[in-house]
Design a protein around this ligand. Structure first.
Ligand SMILES: [Zn+2]
Length: 413
């Protein structure tokens, strides 16, 4: 029985000698070996083999374990504390289900019970076994795509481009160490929600696929904490959900060559965004929250920006409907809401409420006006929006009352 992981063996004498451990494991093959092949009792021992020491170091297990530390076993980490020698075997980067199986076998060996799995022999570990530690894999053609072989679980960077994939391979979704996933130039139509379970995923490249949407589930997954760079260029996306702006760690976002007719209107909430390109889409306007962005680079070339309308659209209700007035109150006071309390369509209304320049909200009673803004106000480097040399784009703004509209028009003058 073997486990591929990283191991650091820490002597508990180190602190008394005034020394500290390195705090970093090295690639290891852990094997549970049989002490002597002919022995009936089969007391098993633990063999720790590394690239430098393929023969490995042997540790007795029978009645020799002081404690197991398994709080983070789901993250592929655990520590086995031995009595003699007084060391802690710190395991990390293991596949969590294999680790659980391995630890229960170790536990049996400690009790002197029969380990119900085939034990390894003491033959030195082959170099090829260390291939399981590959962290990067680049596949750029169908022919090289592994159909019968699994992906090394330790992969941190996986690229599978030009492979004709029509969906995300489920085997990739078990690669819990993935930081970079590049599936550009395939035919993927839909993203499974469990991509959001890749807790370390920082870069996701889906350039040149057939995506039509980016789901709310993904926007609300752990990607909120990890995803820095997202490339959705050359797809067929018409709109992104409001919740997209919850991907707060995003710094780079590419949306070129899609069919976007609007940005998520809370885009200003993407405080870390530095690089934004959405060239060759169908954007007629930018949302007013666009003004809150603080970018280094912005490319909106080749959109179908409309001329700002001279007259505002007035949709003020007098008096406000009960719905309008309660919605404004809920949002202004940040009262929590959800489909478990109120009907789903009301949640959607609240999610898509418009923000007035005064910071209050409005649903159906508002004044809508368009102005222009120079994109240099939000980005250091701006690609021209058209061939005429312009860097101005129309912004759509909402006002909750006549007073807010008049005040802001005065400010503009
Ligand atoms: Zn207002």
């Amino acid at each position: 029985m073997k486990l591929h992981c990283e191991v650091e063996v820490v002597s508990r004498h180190l602190p008394t000698l005034g020394l500290r451990n390195r705090g970093k494991g090295i690639r290891t093959v852990l094997s549970l070996c049989q002490q002597s092949p002919r022995s009936q009792l089969r007391p098993a021992c633990l063999l720790i083999s590394t690239m430098k020491d393929k023969r490995g170091t042997r540790y007795e297990l029978k009645e020799n374990i002081e404690q197991f530390f398994t709080k983070f076993v789901d993250e592929g980490k655990a520590t086995v504390r031995l009595k003699e020698p007084p060391v802690d075997i710190c395991i990390s980067k293991a596949n969590s289900s294999s680790l659980k199986g391995f630890l229960s076998a170790v536990r049996l060996a400690h009790r002197g019970c029969d380990v119900n799995t085939p034990l390894s022999t003491f033959t030195p570990v082959k170099t090829s076994e260390f291939e399981n530690f590959k962290t990067k894999m680049v596949i750029t053609s169908k022919n090289n795509y592994p159909l019968n072989k699994s992906f090394p679980y330790s992969l941190e960077h996986l690229q599978a481009s030009y492979c004709g994939l029509v969906r995300v391979d489920t085997r990739m979704l078990y690669l819990k160490n993935l930081k970079k996933l590049d599936l550009s130039h395939n035919h993927i139509k839909k993203l499974p929600a469990i991509i959001g379970d890749l807790i370390h995923l920082q870069e996701l490249n889906l350039n040149d696929n057939h995506l039509q949407s980016f789901s709310v589930a993904l926007c609300q997954s752990t990607l909120q904490k990890s995803l820095r760079s997202l490339d959705l260029s050359k797809n067929k996306i018409k709109a992104l959900p409001v919740q997209f702006c919850q991907l707060q760690e995003l710094t780079d976002l590419k949306l070129d060559d899609n069919e976007l007719i609007q940005f998520p209107f809370k885009i200003g909430q993407l405080k870390n965004l530095r690089f934004l390109s959405a060239a060759r889409n169908k954007l007629p306007f930018l949302p007013s929250e666009f003004k809150s962005l603080s970018l280094e680079y912005l490319d909106l070339f080749g959109n179908t920006f409309e001329q700002p309308k001279v007259l505002p659209i007035i949709k003020l209700q007098m008096p406000l409907t009960l719905l309008e007035s309660s919605a404004r109150t809920v949002l202004y006071n940040r009262l929590p809401y959800g489909s478990h309390i109120i009907p789903f369509h009301l949640c959607q209304d609240l999610d898509t409420a418009k923000t007035c320049v005064c910071g209050r909200f409005c649903l159906n009673s508002f004044i809508q006006a368009t102005t222009t803004m120079n994109l240099h106000c939000v980005a250091h480097t701006v690609v021209l929006v058209d061939n005429m040399g312009g860097t101005e784009a129309p912004i759509i703004s909402y006002y909750c009352s006549l007073a807010c509209f008049v005040n802001s028009s005065d400010m503009l003058k």
